[in-house]
Ligand binder design. Sequence first.
Ligand code: K7E
Ligand code: CUA
Length: 658
Amino acid sequence: MKRKSQTMFSLVLLGLIFSGVVIFTGCGNKKDKGPLIESDAPSKVYVEPGKYDEFYSFVSGGFSGQMSVYGLPSGRLFKVIPVFSQNAENGYGYTEETKPMLQTSKGFIPWDDSHHSELSMKDGVPDGRWVFINGNNTPRIARLDLKTFKTVEIIEIPNSAGNHSSPFTTPNSEYVVAGTRFSVPVENRDVPISSYKENFRGAISFIKVDQNSGDMKLSFQLITPPFDYDLSHAGKGPSDGLFFFSCYNTEMAHTLLEVNASQKDKDYILAINWKKIEELVAAGKGTDKATTYYHNKFDDKVHSASSEILKSVKTLTPEEVKGAMYYIPCPKSPHGVDVDPTGEYIVGNGKLSTVIPVFSFTKIKKAIEGSEFEGNVEGIPVLKYESALSGEVQKPGLGPLHSEFDDKGFAYTSMFVSSEIVKWNVATKEVVDRIPVYYSVGHLMIPGGDSKKPWGKYLVSLNKITKDRFLPTGPELTQSAQLIDISGDKMKLLLDFPTIGEPHYAQGIPAELVMKNSQRIYKLEDNNHPYATKFEKDARVERKGNEVHVYMTAIRSHITPDNIEGIKSGDIVYFHVTNLEQDWDTPHGFAIMGNENSELLVMPGETCTIKWIAKEPGIYPFYCTDFCSALHQEMQGYLRVSGKDSNVPISFSTGEKK
Ligand code: K7E
Ligand code: CUA
């Protein structure tokens, strides 16, 4: 539907332009629904049928817990990749193979709230290997492999709550980080909430990423004053080795934060020298604290995930890492903290601030060396604001949230309250352009815009409110993205498109860096799934007590075995379906009547398992749910369930011609 309406939108625009009509993005009773669309806008977003988009965009799904993949500039949706939430469309989180992905120390958690996608980087530039995303509610970080566009790993973060300043990476993805938004007791226990200042603490975790396999390992955790650690970005170039975290609620309020956490004029940005701490940890510093967290990995060789339960985490206090953490005052209630492509400038985005402060790495370094401090918090020195400051952007707009950068020395800041994107010169701090967005922009994204090498052609505004921008769909409306051309001096609005869930953050990368690695099939010969059936002649049904295992194959256009008898009520039946196809884009599906979890969607060469409980005697049809061939409707079979005490033997037909 979305695809259709966007194409329609482009075509309508083209039509109007050819007929010489001047157009606004909307007409009717709303006065200001958008700036004048440039006459060349349609041709800039129109991707001819059969042609590819220039960029991939990986958009977080917010409260959907998933990630969605769009093409830019067309805004076409290609795929929703399930990460933290079950997905009935392809069985993720429902199949026996993927259920372990959603295991946590709090049990099986089939949803989350995901905010930030982050591409892996090499030398500070996105490399298209992996994309990370945070689970905010039950703190987790996931890694998706861009060969298969699948979630392949999820690690839980202990001692954390509201895993928001996550999963930003260091310039070579040595680490991804996870900072707690809600400070909680470390180790979590029963204490009065009024004992916040004494008993609650922040935890900032550094998760090591293996450069070959991508495997994540929780390396160490810094236990910090109980602020709300909101967002983060790594230093790069000269500032490589530092990690910056914005914090609000430095008032350490625990009730009515709306008022009580907005008292101070300035909160902080925490600068962490992670390279120094890495050395301290290697030298044996820190304490191993008992805890419990899950590490879930999907193994393509066996097409299955498994969970490891870990019992200890290395923690370090500010005292133990003296000289490796500094607070920088930042006005007021900062949200995003963003580092420019040169690595010299660090931008604080204070939601309630009337200016945008820009800090200088050179000055921060000098201030640390010269001990230009105005005090300390629990032993962590607080730098003098002026000593760290490069300058302030004056009158930028209202409610600055996030900044990204182009490759020409400009920054672009989202203004939530005044609903606009503001472009300013990083060196001079002068505002040079602004454009309204519809409405209430959160994050914004330029492909590579938080890296050393922005591809500064497009900017995507990720908006919270759409109101009158699309056809109404009752009280619940889509959220949306807007594509803006930033190739010239003036920003130009090109396109609106709806998004899945809430598009907090996104990442973009030139398509060729990803598509060249994209896998087409799973090789049957490499399928080491313990229940794989690689040849139709091996399809069978086996009983083990009250468990029945169906070794099933699917190929155009039959399922083997197709008739199954001898199942008794109360039996637990596992359908292990192997797709024998070895061509690209030939999935088969599987569903059986009364299926309580989800259907299966099995890719070529893959094996997937769904569990089905035989409840009542009767006949239960099963079939392929993916229209795979002209005789797709013939891909069906029957399963007979007999009474508990019946003596119908197990039998099945493998489709020999009778
Ligand atoms: Cu600004 Cu969760 Cu990154 Cu949304 S956060 S906007
Ligand atoms: Cu296989 Cu439809």
